[in-house]
Design a protein around this ligand. Structure first.
Ligand SMILES: [Zn+2]
Length: 280
């Protein structure tokens, strides 16, 4: 019987993974021994957390300093009506606990800063960024690069979503090769200002989860040198080639960024709106 060290319940729970010859018992064991940090337990974070937990990723970090608001529930499906006013990280952790007892959850119910982000990301095999503001996006992207941790980054606005993966050590362009600096405050509208079709975050967050599972299973990741663009209104997926920027301040030969840069958080740079910026 394959999977001799799995319990009967685990064999049944993960049977549809184990049936895949590319995953099998060994792959499932890998997932159970792996770890992922999810930054943001919001619209993108919800399907990420749900699918990573369902897949049996053994340790899931959930970083979010916000509380659940009623206006979140249109897209942040890991939370329920009774969670309004509660910590998003705690609410999401309870969801994981109810779904899969194999998952240990690290609750980080505070905003990531220059003081704690490198230490946080260094403890995980992969980081999934579903944050809603540029200062956090850059902290997480820089920290992943500096600590050598793969990053799967998603962004959404209105009817559009984008996804990219950054592999450490120069195997792919870094996030700053593509977005060198955060946009000036006010350039990018936030979802609060511009709106978002709720299910669009489900598409992108789910794709982030797939990409992370591919990484954790040791599969080749296809988005390491591509930007995936999803347009919901005509249901198109486009891949745009990404290259290294030889003058990149983070990964170039003359790099100037050697530690985290703390950008000021302002409501104007709040943005699941990174997608809009990226597409320009
Ligand atoms: Zn770079």
């Amino acid at each position: 019987m394959p999977g001799f060290d799995f319990t009967t319940e685990q064999i049944e729970r993960y049977s549809r993974h184990i049936l895949l010859k590319e995953v099998g018992v060994e792959g499932q064991r890998r997932l159970l021994n792996s770890s992922a940090l999810v930054v943001g337990a919001g619209g993108l974070g919800s399907p990420i957390i749900q699918y990573l937990a369902a897949a049996g990723v053994g340790r899931i970090g959930i970083a979010d300093g916000d509380v659940v608001e009623l206006s979140n529930l249109q897209r942040q499906i890991v939370h329920g009506t009774a969670d309004v006013g509660r910590s998003k990280a705690v609410s999401a952790a309870e969801f994981v606990g109810g779904l899969n007892p194999d998952c240990r959850v690290d609750i980080i119910a505070e905003r990531l800063t220059a003081a704690n982000t490198r230490e946080a990301v260094a403890q995980y095999d992969v980081v999934l960024d579903g944050s809603d503001n540029f200062p956090t996006r850059f902290l997480v992207a820089d920290a992943c690069w500096l600590e050598g941790v793969p990053l799967v980054s998603g962004a959404v606005l209105r009817f559009e979503g984008q996804l990219l993966t950054v592999l450490p050590g120069g195997a792919s362009p870094c996030y700053r090769c593509y977005v060198p600096e955060p946009p000036p405050p006010g350039v990018i509208p936030s979802c609060r200002e511009a709106g978002i079709l709720g299910a669009v975050v489900g598409v992108i967050g789910t794709l982030q989860a797939v990409e992370a599972l591919n990484l954790l299973l040791g599969f080749e990741v296809s988005l390491a040198d591509r930007l995936l663009i999803y347009e919901a209104l005509d249901c198109t997926f486009t891949k745009a080639k990404r290259g290294r920027d030889p003058e990149c301040a983070l990964c170039g030969p003359d790099r100037t960024i050697t530690d985290l840069v703390e950008y000021e958080v302002s409501c104007e740079t709040d943005a699941e709106g990174a997608a809009e910026w990226l597409s320009e």
